[in-house]
Design a protein around this ligand. Structure first.
Ligand SMILES: *Cc1c(COP(=O)(O)O)cnc(C)c1O
Ligand code: SF4
Length: 449
């Protein structure tokens, strides 16, 4: 297997990519520049040479997945940035225009900023999110970037230099303290960005102390990553790939289970020799790979794409885990698949695969109160409704209790839905109370006024 030389391109140098000048005209290139100034844009040689089928461009799904597209911005936003670039405004002015637009794109959905940041000893742990009882998310400071960027990414403020919006922490110590104080946590999920962007040495600095702390509650370390999709050499021929595999073995030897939550968006990502070798290598050392992806218009919104992915993943020894719905941020209008349609695609794909692929759950929305799964359309007492349930909830007791919304073909998110038979959904009152409790309590002096 010959490894691609690792080289990345972004908004400042993408015109140096040979395929860009060969396959895209000047207008298309300018559109990339405009949108790439607002949304994250980074692509590497593996994606360019092995995943994108340039004969299919501009409709190629991996091209749309990684290259900014004109329609990802509203016409007004596009024009504002295009005008700025054409009139050669200063860097500072351009930055102001761009930041203004970014703030309008709802950079932190699902109450991430206000609700899920825990505290210990009065210190805010900005690199931790603890939303669901058993699982803590950890955003290692050094893992807040990726081998390439997905154009739909909801974590995009982390990559575009809006620093005050960035989640990150250095302190492994604080994470360990938090885990000691919360024996209900069994899973630590390393996320980002992509933790697999880190060198093995860096990763060791987070993982070894975690193992050495011998936390009786810690059962599983999960690593959420797209490296198998965007840079599989991370596990095979990269300079420190062998050391990485040794680190994974060490985790297992400590009696901690290691789960790789692999992000794959399209069957093309499962086709290369490099990804096959990488998956085999992880399987050999007992790393369990589970797979997940959002459903995205223009990328994978067909039953065939999903059924193919699930079958192929199972063939390769991976476990299909989640189909997500697009979050309400960034270029959501471009990618959004209405809930009803997403469920139909899920159902059609699910119908056509063997039970061994049906470990997948979805379609699921990571909304404020929890992960909400669409169960499908049905009729109750003569009324057309959509069935829903929580897969994860801020209150674990909400989980697996069916509830119903009015049938709505346009709805793309939980907020768009209306309860079918009551004024409010069953969890809403309690959720209000939770939010109230977690909101900042005013200082006594202010409260007295
Ligand atoms: C999805 C998610 C998890 C993990 O949920 P599982 O169903 O256990 O995979 C944990 N925390 C947050 C905030 C999540 O969105
Ligand atoms: S790999 Fe994940 S975090 Fe990185 S750009 Fe894609 S969706 Fe965002």
């Amino acid at each position: 297997m010959v490894q691609e030389r690792y080289k990345t391109f972004g908004v400042n140098n993408f015109r140096k990519i040979p395929q860009v000048t060969e396959y895209l005209n000047e207008e298309q290139q300018f559109a990339i520049e405009v949108v790439g100034n607002v949304l994250p844009f980074k692509v590497n040689t593996y994606v360019l040479n092995q995943l994108i089928n340039w004969e299919n461009v501009p409709d190629d799904p991996i091209f749309i997945l990684t290259f900014p597209q004109k329609d990802m911005l509203s016409a007004a936003h596009f024009e504002a940035v295009a005008d700025a670039l054409n009139s050669e405004v200063s860097k500072t002015e351009l930055k102001e225009i761009v930041n203004e637009i970014r703030l309008q794109l709802n950079p932190h959905p699902a109450g991430q900023m206000e609700l899920n940041v825990p505290e210990i000893d009065g210190y805010k742990l900005t690199g931790i999110q603890h939303k669901y009882r058993e699982t803590m998310l950890f955003f290692p400071n050094q893992g807040q970037t990726c081998h390439a960027y997905c154009t739909f990414c909801f974590r995009w403020p982390q990559f575009v230099g809006m620093d005050e919006l960035r989640f990150a922490m250095k302190e492994t110590d604080l994470m360990i303290k938090y885990l000691q104080a919360h024996p209900e946590i069994t899973d630590v999920l390393f996320t980002g960005g992509d933790p697999m962007i880190m060198s093995t040495k860096r990763l060791e600095r987070y993982i070894i102390p975690l193992l050495e702390a011998d936390l009786p509650n810690l059962k599983t370390i999960r690593i959420g990553s797209k490296a198998l999709g965007y840079w599989p050499y991370r596990f095979t021929t990269d300079r420190d790939a062998d050391a990485l595999i040794d680190l994974f073995k060490k985790v297992k030897e400590h009696g901690v289970h290691l789960a790789y939550m692999g992000h794959f968006n399209h069957p093309a990502e499962l086709e290369t020799e490099a990804v096959k070798v990488a998956v085999d290598r992880l399987n050999e050392v007992g790393v369990q790979i589970r797979t997940q992806s959002p459903i995205m218009r223009n990328i994978n919104a067909t039953p065939e794409a999903w059924a193919t992915m699930w079958r192929k993943q199972v063939d390769m020894g991976m476990i299909p885990y989640y189909m997500f719905l697009a979050r309400d941020t960034g270029a959501q209008d471009y990618f959004a698949v209405p809930l009803v349609q997403a469920h139909r695609i899920f159902k059609k794909a699910y119908e056509g695969v063997s039970g061994i692929c049906r470990t997948v759950r979805g379609p699921s929305m990571s909304a404020d109160p929890g992960k909400v799964q669409l169960l499908g359309e049905t009729e109750i007492a003569g009324k057309k409704v959509m069935g829903l349930r929580f897969i994860q909830g801020r209150n674990p007791e909400w989980v697996h209790k069916p509830f119903f919304a009015e049938y709505d073909e346009e709805a793309v998110w939980l907020d768009d839905l209306k309860p079918a038979f009551e004024d409010r959904f069953f969890y809403e009152e309690e959720f209000d109370a939770i939010k109230q409790k977690e909101a900042v309590v005013p200082e006594p002096a202010e409260a007295a006024e």
